[in-house]
Unconditional design. Structure first.
Lengths: 704, 72
C-alpha cells in the first residue's frame, strides 16, 4: 500500500518479540516469505494514534547483525537494502531490561545503519527484581532516541509505543556509537565510493557478508573481495575489534544510567527449578514423563476429532453423490478431491496437539533445558540436543515433527533430523503392523504373561528407532558442512506460558500445513484416483460386460456383485496394470501383484494399505469387517503354485518394507516446504526406498 | 586457567580467548574480557555446562569453554 508506514521489529531471542508482535497486531497477521530467500516473514497491521496504519514486520530474533543461521541473515538484508520490499521506515528494537548490556549490542549495530530507531524496553519488572534501576530519560538522551518501557505480556504501554512510532521522524536522530571507519580504514571509503553506499557501517557489513548478500551482484561481490585483498582485511579480527569497541561504548553509556543494587542477590526461582529439572536422575525422569504425556495425548485426544473429520467427509461424500448427477466429474470430486482433502485435514488434530505442547515447552523455557540435557548423547550420532523432540514426535506423525525442527540453528543438524524423522514408525504404520502380525504370529503368551504379538510390534518400533539413529550417524559422515559445529545457547528464565501466543502459533502451523502441503497432497490423490479408476479401454470394457451379463447377475447378490466388480476393476485399472508390471521386481521380496497394487496406492499414504487390501480381496472396506480381510488374506494362495501368499517370510518382509519406505506424500511435501528444494525430499524418497527394498529382500530370503 | 576446568559453584574473570572464531561468537553473547563468569551447573552427562555471565544464563559445550582463559 502506498504511503503506508513500514515498521520492523528487531531484537534478541527470548525478549518477548512475538508477544509484542501479537500485542501490536492482534489477529491481524499473516505469514509470507521474504523476497528471494526462504525465511518465513510474519507481517501484521497496526493502527497508529494519528490514524495511519503501520505494517509491522517481525524479523527473526538475533543477537547480532552477524548471522549464525539462515533466518538471522535476513535481518541485515532487510535493513541494508532499500529496494527490499520489507525494508522498514522505522525499526523498533525490543530490548530485555534485565539484560540490557547484551541487548544493546544489536541496538548499536542497527543504529549505525542509520535507520530511524525506537527502543522498546521490555521486562522492567524482572530487572527491578534483580536489583537493577534504569534511568530511562538519561539513557534516552545519551543515545538520542526514544525509549519506551513496556510490559508486552501485560499489554502495558503498548499505546505509548504506538505513539512513539507515529512521532518518530523519518530522519535518523540517534547519535553515533563507535568509530566505524577506523575498523577498516581505506576499505570502507573505497566500498562506499565504488558501490555507492552512503553509510560507513553498511559498507563494513557488506565487506563481512558480501558472499551471502542477495542484493549484491556477483561482480559487486567479487570487487569487494578484491578490495579486501588489497587492504588485507581480516573479517574475524575486524569483527572481534568491533564487538569490543561496541561493548566499551555500551559500558560508558550504562555507567551512570544503570544502577545495580548490591546484596540483593538471592538464588533465583529459575535456578531452583533447574536444580530439579536438569537433575541427573529427576531431570531424565521428568523429561520422559513429559514425552509420555505428549505421546499419549496425541493418540488419546486426537482420536475423537479425527473420527469426526473422517465422518464429516464420509457425509460430505455421500451428500455430494446424492446431490450431483452420477458421472466422472462427481467421482473425481468425491473419490479424488474430497478423499485427498480428508487425508490432509485428518492430520490437523495431531498437528495441533503436538504443536501446542511444543509451543508450551518453548514458551516456558523448558525446551532449552531438554537441549542442554540431551546434547551430549545426540551429538554422538550427528544430531543435536534439539533433535530429541522431533524424533519422539515422529512416533505420532512425521509431518508436525519435521515442521518443529525449525528451532535447530545448525543447518546440518536440522537436515539430518529432517531426513531421519520419517524412519521412526508413525501412527499410520500401526494398523499395517497389527494386521500383518495377526496373520503370522499366533495369539499366544510366552511365560504366561508376555503377548507374542505385542513383542513383535515392539520389535518393529525398536527397529525403527535404531535405524533412524544409524542413518543419522551415516549422514553425519556423508553430508559436508562448512559450518563449524558449536553450541552456545541462552538458558532463558522460566516463565508461565502465554496462552494467546500458543494459540496463535498452533493456528499458524496448522494453516501452513493445510495450505502448503495440502496442495501437493490433493494433486497426488487425484492422480492416484485416476490410476485406480481407469484402465486400458479393452480390459475395462470386458469387466463391464462380464458384470452386465445376466448369468453373473443371477448368480450373486447385489452387494457381493458390486464388491467383485470393484475388485475386478481395480485389477484391470492402470494401478492394477502397474502392480502386475512391477511384479518381477517385488517377487524376490515375496510379494505378488496384489500387494504390488497396495504398494502403489499407499505411495500417497500408508494407511491406504488396509483399504486397498480390502478392495482387492473384495470385502467391505469398513472397520467392522477387518476380521474378514484377515481371513481372506490368511487363506490367499498363489494361483499358480498354490502356496500361501502371506507366510512368515513375506509378512515380515512387508512389515520391514512399510517400516522403511517413504510412503507419505504429506511428509515429502513438508520436507520440500522446510528445505525449500526438491533435492532433499527426492534423496529421502530414494534412500528410504532402497533401504526398504534391500532390507525386505534380505528378510524374505533369510526367512523363506 | 580455562573455563572448562572450573566446577559448579566456582567463578572467574575472563582474561582472553584461544580461538578467534569462537571468541567473536562468545563476545556477542556477553562473554567479554573482564566479565565475571560463575559456573552454575553441568548437564546430567557432564557436558554442556551452564554459566552466569553479564546477568543471564548461558550454556556452552566444554569444547567452547576450553577456549576461554580466566585470570588466575
Amino acid at each position: 500500500m502506498a504511503g503506508e508506514l513500514k515498521v520492523a521489529l528487531v531484537g534478541n531471542p527470548n525478549t518477548g518479540k512475538s508477544t509484542l508482535f501479537n500485542a501490536l497486531t492482534g489477529l491481524n497477521q499473516r505469514v509470507g516469505n521474504f523476497p528471494g530467500v526462504t525465511v518465513d516473514k510474519k507481517v501484521g497491521a497496526c493502527k497508529l494514534p494519528d490514524g495511519r496504519t503501520a505494517q509491522i514486520i517481525d524479523l527473526p530474533g538475533t543477537y547480532s547483525l552477524y548471522p549464525k543461521s539462515k533466518d538471522e541473515s535476513i535481518v541485515f538484508e532487510v535493513l541494508a537494502d532499500r529496494n527490499n520490499t520489507a525494508h522498514p521506515d522505522i525499526v523498533v528494537i525490543l530490548a530485555d531490561a534485565s539484560n540490557l548490556k547484551r541487548n544493546l549490542l544489536l541496538y548499536t549495530q542497527v543504529a549505525d545503519l542509520k535507520v530511524p530507531v525506537v527502543i522498546a524496553l521490555n521486562m522492567m519488572d524482572l530487572a527491578r527484581k534483580a536489583g537493577t534501576e534504569i534511568d530511562i530519560d538519561a539513557l534516552s538522551a545519551k543515545l538520542g532516541i526514544q525509549i519506551i518501557p513496556i510490559a508486552a505480556r501485560q499489554h502495558e504501554n503498548i499505546d505509548k509505543l504506538k505513539e512513539a512510532i507515529a512521532f518518530t521522524s523519518s530522519i535518523p536522530l540517534q547519535l553515533d556509537t563507535i568509530e566505524v571507519e577506523s575498523l577498516a580504514p581505506g576499505l570502507i571509503s573505497k566500498i562506499k565510493n565504488e558501490l555507492l553506499v552512503d553509510k560507513p557501517y553498511t559498507a563494513l557489513q557488506m565487506a563481512h557478508q558480501h558472499e551471502n548478500l542477495h542484493f549484491l551482484t556477483s561482480q559487486q561481490s567479487d570487487r569487494i573481495e578484491e578490495l579486501e585483498q588489497e587492504f588485507s582485511f581480516h573479517s574475524q579480527k575486524a569483527q572481534a575489534a568491533e564487538t569490543i569497541a561496541r561493548f566499551n561504548f555500551i559500558n560508558d553509556v550504562l555507567f551512570d544510567t544503570v544502577k545495580h543494587r548490591d546484596g540483593a542477590f538471592e538464588e533465583t526461582l529459575s535456578n531452583r527449578i533447574d536444580k530439579v529439572l536438569t537433575h541427573k536422575v529427576w531431570g531424565f525422569i521428568i523429561f520422559f514423563g513429559i514425552l509420555f504425556l505428549i505421546f499419549q495425548s496425541i493418540f488419546a485426544w486426537s482420536e475423537y476429532p479425527m473420527s469426526l473429520i473422517e465422518e464429516l467427509f464420509i457425509w460430505l461424500g455421500s451428500t455430494a453423490h446424492s446431490l450431483m448427477p452420477p458421472g466422472v466429474f462427481t467421482d473425481l470430486v468425491v473419490d479424488g478431491i474430497l478423499a485427498g482433502l480428508s487425508g490432509v485435514l485428518v492430520f490437523i488434530p495431531q498437528i495441533a496437539i503436538l504443536f501446542a505442547f511444543i509451543a508450551i515447552l518453548e514458551d516456558t523455557g523448558y525446551m532449552s533445558r531438554v537441549t542442554f540435557m540431551m546434547d551430549k548423547i545426540m551429538r554422538k550420532v550427528g544430531l543435536s540436543g534439539k533433535s530429541v523432540v522431533p524424533l519422539i514426535g515422529g512416533l505420532a506423525c512425521a509431518v508436525p515433527s519435521i515442521m518443529s525442527t525449525r528451532n535447530i540453528e545448525n543447518w546440518k543438524d536440522r537436515l539430518i533430523t529432517i531426513m531421519v524423522t520419517p524412519l521412526v514408525s508413525c501412527s499410520a504404520r500401526l494398523p499395517i503392523y497389527t494386521l500383518l502380525i495377526s496373520l503370522i504370529v499366533p495369539d499366544k503368551k510366552v511365560f504366561g504373561v508376555i503377548n507374542m504379538a505385542g513383542l513383535v510390534l515392539m520389535a518393529m518400533y525398536i527397529l525403527s528407532i535404531v535405524s533412524a539413529i544409524v542413518v543419522a550417524w551415516v549422514m553425519k559422515l556423508i553430508i559436508k558442512s562448512r559450518e563449524r559445529g558449536y553450541f552456545i545457547m541462552e538458558l532463558p528464565v522460566y516463565r508461565l506460558p502465554r496462552w494467546s501466543n500458543i494459540g496463535l502459533t498452533v493456528v499458524e502451523k496448522v494453516k501452513a500445513f493445510v495450505f502448503q502441503a495440502g496442495k501437493v497432497i490433493i494433486a497426488i490423490s487425484i492422480i492416484l484416483w485416476v490410476l485406480a479408476s481407469y484402465g486400458p479401454a479393452a480390459k475395462m470394457d470386458a469387466v463391464e460386460a462380464k458384470y452386465n451379463s445376466p448369468e453373473v447377475k443371477a448368480q450373486y447378490s447385489g452387494a457381493e456383485l458390486d464388491r467383485m466388480k470393484s475388485s475386478d476393476k481395480l485389477e484391470n485399472s492402470y494401478a492394477g496394470v502397474l502392480g502386475k508390471a512391477i511384479e518381477p521386481a517385488i517377487k524376490p521380496l515375496g510379494y505378488d501383484w496384489k500387494i504390488g497394487i497396495a504398494l502403489i496406492t499407499s505411495f500417497a499414504a500408508r494407511e491406504v494399505f488396509v483399504g486397498t487390501m480390502a478392495t482387492i480381496y473384495s470385502v467391505d472396506a469398513d472397520d467392522s469387517h477387518v476380521e474378514s480381510v484377515r481371513e481372506k488374506m490368511k487363506n490367499a494362495r498363489n494361483p499358480e503354485t498354490g502356496a500361501l501368499v502371506f507366510t512368515v517370510a513375506s509378512a515380515f518382509s512387508l512389515m520391514v518394507f512399510y517400516a522403511f519406505a517413504m510412503q507419505c506424500m504429506s511428509t515429502l511435501a513438508v520436507v520440500y516446504r522446510e528445505t525449500k528444494s526438491w533435492k532433499w525430499p527426492i534423496i529421502q524418497f530414494v534412500y528410504m526406498g532402497v533401504l526398504a527394498y534391500v532390507a525386505s529382500l534380505i528378510v524374505y530370503q533369510l526367512l523363506k | 586457567m580455562k573455563l572448562s576446568q572450573l566446577i559448579p559453584g566456582q567463578s572467574g574473570i575472563i582474561k582472553e580467548f584461544t580461538d578467534l572464531e569462537m571468541s567473536v561468537k562468545l563476545m556477542e553473547m556477553g562473554c567479554l574480557p573482564g566479565e565475571k563468569i560463575i559456573v552454575e551447573r553441568f548437564a546430567p552427562l557432564g557436558d554442556p555446562i551452564a554459566i552466569t555471565v553479564s546477568g543471564y544464563q548461558l550454556s556452552l559445550r566444554k569444547q567452547e569453554a576450553s577456549t576461554i582463559i580466566l585470570h588466575s
